[in-house]
Design a binder for this molecule. Sequence first.
Ligand code: DX5
Ligand code: ZN
Length: 221
Amino acid sequence: MENSPVLVAPSLLAANFLELGKDVEMVNRSEADWFHLDVMDGRFVPNISYGLPVIAQIKKKARKPCDVHLMIEEPEKYAADFKKAGADILTVHIEACVHLHRNIQQIKGLGMKAGVALNPHTPVGWLENVIRDIDVVLIMSVNPGFGGQTFIEQTYHKIKQLRQLINDSNAHALIEVDGGVGPENAALLVKAGANVLVAGSAIFSSADPEKTIISLKTGAQ
Ligand code: DX5
Ligand code: ZN
């Protein structure tokens, strides 16, 4: 796993919503691997983003998998709707799931890859009993809710702990890191054990987004 190439997932939260089609085409053209789509409900996180109709439109143009990050309470109520809208990977927050095992089975039963996200304060050990059932673990490296925040340095330690847990459990989950990721920390994150790098502002605020995506993939600054 450590030797496989790093995947890059641009977060469209930082895209230009008036020209969303253009930004979707840029990701299609680029070396990026997934579309990262952030859904916020104003309850689990103190912000509201976009939802099902927007994702359904993105899906019509997207030529890469749609990685949907649900920052919402009661995600089980909407899993089937997100499948319908075009989610290929559906990630729920462990802090929002009372019956996490059931939620994971539901997502996989609907034909999607199952992801579980961890807030910065949430211990990696909470995943011990489900790690073999998960396709992706999303480590939040900022507090969820907003783009453009500062990367939390403790994340490196968490990634290493998670890599150890995955290896010890003979699990296959990919480690995805989300928040404050850019060319300046990409190489270190991959070295710690990350497989997927999510980046919003680093990509969409850069003068040359396609070049920034390549920098994230190669670890070049
Ligand atoms: C934050 C979202 C992120 C966000 C990352 O809650 O989950 O995906 O878009 O934005 P940057 O890369 O700007 O920190
Ligand atoms: Zn996200």
